[in-house]
Design a protein around this ligand. Structure first.
Ligand code: GLY
Length: 383
């Protein structure tokens, strides 16, 4: 006598099917945690995963140095993410078996003349008022810890807790960790449309094919507003903000350990000898030209604080498009369309904000509990 399969095998609960649109560090990290917790996750990337803003970034984790660029809620989010970093990196490195070069030398903001110094003093008083762990240094004190800084450096603020990571290694580690837990990564596979029925996201269209999903996460960086299907009010207002970058190559051991914020450029030394110099900030739409003026400004800005840059071979030049929202803060959390979650618009802070976005969005999906940390960043603030 034959038994029906259901009679001999207990029914497995269906795994929730999540589609993530965009395989940058935000989409990959959420996917990693969901796959690890037994969700059925597919990430679609229009190009190669992690090759957009995630690849172009410099990997600086600087909520304290960039305090002037952000409102209080965003600073709190950045500080929370910085706090999560060591443990988050530990888990990622253990799951992926890839080291992401998390460096804890700190950040120095430097001035070169009286005007810069006045600005730096103002910045420093703002940091002190916020009780951030920072220290004022004379030029000589700054050169004691970074001997190759220019004699022209008049003063510095040491942001001892502002660290850095190698964002490109982080991309590789996230892909590895995501796939290790069964995540499905579909690259060069643009999602054309999100299908909505009765104010509920029910799936996506890839070319003409409909793919059903229980939940959709939109994390497509500066392309997030271009996916069809969303009503105008639900399209995240994200635009591309062009950043040109250049890397020179130092000998190892390197001539610089700290991240340097100079008046006209920042410098991020990586353990493999690359010195990343960034970045322009241009409202040029999707233009990705590398310009002589952009390169000139960056090299001059770097050379002024670190004259040895003059001798170093150029390793690479590139352009990234930061996803900037209307208020330059990220767009996070549920929307008024059921089963559609936003995790986009991280602008200059995508790498910094990855752990907190990963934790808050994946736990929102797993527990359905609202998060007070991301409440100020919901799409509805623009509606
Ligand atoms: N996070 C630095 C930049 O966007 O240039």
């Amino acid at each position: 006598m034959s038994l029906l399969v259901e009679e001999i095998e207990p029914k497995m609960p269906l795994r929730k099917k999540v589609v993530i649109i965009g395989g940058g560090v935000i989409g990959l990290s959420i996917g990693w945690q969901l796959a690890k917790n037994s969700f059925d996750v597919t990430i679609y990337d229009r190009n190669w995963a992690g090759q957009g803003a995630s690849w172009a970034a410099a990997g600086m984790l600087s909520p304290r140095a960039e305090v002037h660029m952000q409102a209080s809620d965003l600073l709190q989010l950045g500080l929370a993410s910085a706090e999560l970093y060591p443990e988050w990196v530990g888990e990622l490195e253990s799951d992926s078996q890839i080291s992401v070069d998390y460096r804890t030398h700190g950040t120095l903001m430097v001035s070169l003349d009286r005007d810069d110094q006045a600005e730096l003093e103002h910045h420093y008083s703002m940091q002190l008022a916020l009780d951030l762990p920072v220290e004022w240094l004379t030029g000589a004190e700054a050169r004691e810890i970074e001997p190759y800084l220019s004699p022209r450096v008049t003063s510095a603020v040491s942001c001892k807790k502002d660290f850095q990571v190698d964002n490109r290694l982080m991309v590789q580690a996230l892909i590895q960790a995501f796939e290790k837990f069964g995540g499905n990564l579909l690259q060069q596979t643009p999602v054309c449309k999100i299908e909505i029925q009765n104010e509920k996201a029910i799936g996506i269209r890839v070319e003409e094919k409909f793919i059903e999903a229980d939940l959709i996460v939109l994390s497509a960086g500066c392309w997030s507003s271009q996916i069809e299907g969303l009503p105008d009010w639900a399209r995240p207002p994200v635009r591309p903000v062009k950043g040109q970058m250049i890397a020179v190559r130092m000998d190892v051991p390197t001539i610089l350990q700290h991240v340097i914020y100079a008046p006209d450029a920042y410098l991020a030394p990586k353990s493999d000898g690359r010195l990343l110099i960034g970045a322009t900030c241009e409202e040029q739409g999707f233009n990705t030209n590398i310009t002589a003026g952009g390169m000139f400004e960056l090299l001059r800005g770097a050379w002024e604080v670190l004259p040895s840059v003059y001798e170093l071979p150029i390793d690479e030049t590139w352009v990234g498009l930061r996803p900037g929202s209307r208020d330059n803060a990220p767009i996070l959390g549920k929307t008024q369309i059921n089963n559609l979650i936003m995790a986009t618009g991280h602008y200059r802070q995508g790498i910094l904000l990855t752990p907190v976005t990963c934790r808050e969005i994946s736990s929102l999906i797993m527990t359905d509990q609202p998060s007070s940390l991301i409440a100020p960043f919901m799409l509805e603030r623009f509606v």
